[in-house]
Design a protein around this ligand. Structure first.
Ligand code: BTN
Length: 311
């Protein structure tokens, strides 16, 4: 067994209640000294393990790192955690080039965070900065549904944290500030992929959530979970996010109805910047592939991609 496998096996045994050092040593076929050493390492990694009369007992998990997030995670994803990194999307691209899949790259801080349309993305310590690399069997035309799924998963996790999170087409997670469709941005998604006309080779969904950050440290148009509802347990938040996303991998057709339920854009007067020019009208729906349906004086138009502004 590798060290990581031993640690996982110890955590699994502790999940069933207190267990003694000798019992652990016997069941894992390692020495008592090795058990003691691994328990110590787990404590250092943020697992609160008490030693009582019944043996070792796991009482809490306080850390935000790969082993802590992997513990109790119900999604088949491995994790790579960095205290600080340039951009988790850049790291996911590197891993893709090495042939990896089903990996989530996470960081406490990004010093070269990237947003859509080559904008910089401010990503100080305390946020949730995550890129999920997968190799789904989908066509490039279905890829936007992955991005919508990420916005639904993020909005749901934020709502569980007590934030009135909604979605602005296509995939900004925002918090309304009034009844007129005005909002502050809580999270953004940057999806990157490689593939051929009829097959996606890999897709990296980058999700940036302004979590435990002072809103004053971000642009004025942004808000944070701290500002809206108080600090969130980032470990639980990321677990919920990855679990929700994993569900949509097998239920891509469930994404659009879920998106509609959380949409702030539908019913709004909008201006959409498309490569072919600006379009102004009422946002009435999205299609099965996630395109926005805009009602104009000349009839309905669908917009597959673009920047959207609520008027
Ligand atoms: C946007 O709204 O413009 C998209 C922002 C995406 C930010 C996330 S943070 C994690 C991942 N790494 C990056 O460099 N960008 C994405």
């Amino acid at each position: 067994m590798t060290t990581n496998e031993t640690r996982r096996a110890i955590l699994e045994s502790l999940g069933d209640g207190p267990v003694s050092g000798p019992q652990l040593a016997d069941s894992l076929d390692i020495s008592r000294a090795a058990v003691w050493k691994q328990i110590d390492a787990l404590r250092d990694a943020g697992f609160e393990i008490e030693s009582g009369p019944g043996g070792y007992e796991l009482t809490d998990v306080t850390a935000y790192n790969a082993p802590a997030i992997e513990y109790g995670l119900e999604a088949a994803v491995s994790l790579e955690y960095h205290d600080s990194i340039g951009s988790t999307n850049d790291r996911a691209r590197e891993l893709a080039a090495e042939g990896a899949t089903d990996v989530a790259v996470l960081a406490d801080e990004q010093v070269g965070g990237r947003g859509r349309l080559e904008r910089a993305w401010s990503a100080p310590s305390g946020g949730v900065w995550l890129s999920l690399l997968t190799r789904p069997e989908i066509t490039p035309a279905q890829a936007p549904l992955y991005t919508l799924a990420a916005s639904v998963a993020t909005a749901r996790a934020a709502r569980e944290a007590g934030v009135d999170a909604r979605i602005k087409w296509p995939n900004d997670v925002v918090v309304p500030v009034d009844e007129d469709g005005d909002y502050r941005k809580l999270a953004g998604i940057l999806t990157e992929m490689e593939g051929e006309m009829d097959r996606v080779e890999w897709i990296a969904v980058g999700i940036g959530v302004n979590a435990n950050i002072d809103a004053a440290d971000l642009p004025e148009t942004a808000t944070t979970i701290r500002e809206e509802a108080g600090d969130v347990d980032r470990r639980r938040f990321v677990q919920r996010l990855l679990e929700e996303l994993a569900e949509y991998r097998t239920d891509l057709e469930g994404v659009v109805p879920a998106w509609r339920e959380l949409a702030l854009t539908l019913g709004q007067r909008v201006r959409v910047d498309r490569p072919s020019g600006e379009l102004v009208g009422d946002a009435v729906d999205i299609t099965d592939s996630g395109a926005l349906v805009v009602k104009t004086a000349d009839g309905n138009e669908t917009v597959a991609a673009g920047d959207c502004e609520h008027l």
